[in-house]
Design a protein around this ligand. Structure first.
Ligand SMILES: *[C@@H]1O[C@H](CO)[C@@H](O)[C@H](O)[C@H]1NC(C)=O
Ligand SMILES: *[C@@H]1O[C@H](CO)[C@@H](O)[C@H](O)[C@H]1NC(C)=O
Ligand SMILES: *[C@@H]1O[C@H](CO)[C@@H](O)[C@H](O)[C@H]1NC(C)=O
Length: 344
């Protein structure tokens, strides 16, 4: 009996180890299993009392920008590419310079040098083509992420960036609200301070047919605070958000870090397989609003970076399927209650 248990354990562990990383050394599941990004909503969530008003405000903002009041997809611009580098081999090392004259966050630039040195980044790696220039580099040797905002090459050993963060692949992906220190607004590369890899839909997982995490959501009318008379300046939903770039005042606005969910009763049975996978994730895990955006949308790994929609494999290989996601109405989403509002 003991031998049998031992064998079962060894079998279980070897299966587990084998399935933890893709053949390229990238983790199948990013962030810890206890991360809010990897935790299902469950069958009886508390819905935010102002949910309908909040979603209506998003819908009206989309209409006033002349968009359909439906879900949008960021896949060839305004998202982030994902590059692997293996530091077990000699690799290109770069210095990243803070191009707005501020120090990076204390957690990555404790001496306020406004520079980060010795980062493993190949000169062939390109950021997202739009202004935010997001880029994610994964070190398959040390299993750590490096994330950048507004990344711009200067030469092969130097680049500009406005934000930089680094973390292990299996952390929970959250930071305390207004991360202590003098530069809390420098934490993380998204407006909410959340990691960019959190909630990003990756090519490898869609290929495998597995999407077992919450999705990152960008929206147009994120909350700064609920009322002009509040004595604080910012409100956010901790711990998914640690800072906020929301600029709208009103209790009927969604906070950064707040969770939304595709209504469990919304019928997805007629959607094609890859779209259904995405929509099921939006029901089971929902999405966290983590950034300002020109649309109400979700984020796919940028596979091309040349800024041309029709060059993206999401379009050329999966477009016939994924295009149906643009039919999902904003009305089909609801906002869940935030149990931990943080203010500053
Ligand atoms: C890098 O940032 C500096 C300071 O803002 C700026 O003068 C320079 O033009 C930037 N270089 C590139 C390649 O963007
Ligand atoms: C690359 O750019 C940095 C920052 O501007 C500069 O200090 C360095 O001398 C440059 N290196 C080369 C080889 O041009
Ligand atoms: C609530 O937010 C505070 C501030 O970020 C954080 O320290 C605490 O861990 C959060 N609590 C929960 C239960 O998420």
């Amino acid at each position: 009996m003991k031998i049998l248990i031992a064998l079962v354990l060894i079998f279980y562990m070897s299966v587990n180890v084998r399935s933890q990383f893709t053949p390229t050394g990238f983790p199948n599941n990013v962030l810890s299993s206890s991360s809010p990004w990897n935790t299902p909503i469950g069958s009886t969530p508390t819905v935010e009392p102002l949910s309908s008003q909040m979603m209506l405000k998003v819908k009206n903002a989309m209409i006033s920008e002349s968009y359909n009041p439906n879900l949008y997809l960021h896949y060839f611009q305004w998202t982030a590419p994902l590059h692997n580098i293996n530091t077990a081999n000699p690799v290109n090392r770069i210095t990243v310079i803070q191009s707005q004259g501020e120090g990076f966050h204390e957690t990555v630039d404790p001496l306020n040098t406004k520079k980060i040195t010795n980062l493993p980044v190949d000169f062939s790696f390109k950021p997202d083509p739009m202004n935010d220039g997001h880029m994610i580099v994964f070190d398959t040797n040390l299993k750590v992420f490096h994330e950048f905002s507004r990344f711009k090459w200067i030469n092969s050993t130097h680049a500009n960036a406005t934000r930089y963060d680094t973390f292990a692949y299996n952390v929970d992906g959250t930071y305390p609200a207004f991360v202590s220190g003098t530069r809390w607004w420098m934490k993380g590369v998204r407006g909410s301070g959340a990691p960019f890899i959190a909630g990003l839909i990756r090519w490898d997982e869609i290929q495998r047919g597995e999407l077992n995490h919450a999705l990152a959501v960008g929206s147009l009318v994120n909350r700064m605070k609920s009322s002009t008379s509040s004595s604080w300046s910012y409100e956010l939903c901790s711990p998914v958000s640690s800072r906020t770039d929301g600029w709208v005042v009103g209790a009927d606005t969604i906070m950064e870090g707040q969770r939304i969910q595709l209504d469990p009763n919304y019928d997805i049975s007629a959607f094609p397989p890859k779209s259904k996978l995405v929509l099921q994730a939006l029901k089971t895990y929902g999405g966290y609003v983590v950034d300002n955006s020109g649309t109400f949308g979700i984020y796919f790994q940028n596979m091309n970076t040349d800024g041309v929609a029709t060059n993206s494999p999401w379009y050329t290989q999966l477009g016939a399927d994924l295009t149906s996601l643009y039919d999902v109405p904003i009305d089909a989403f609801r906002v869940l209650s935030c149990s931990n509002v943080s203010t500053k």
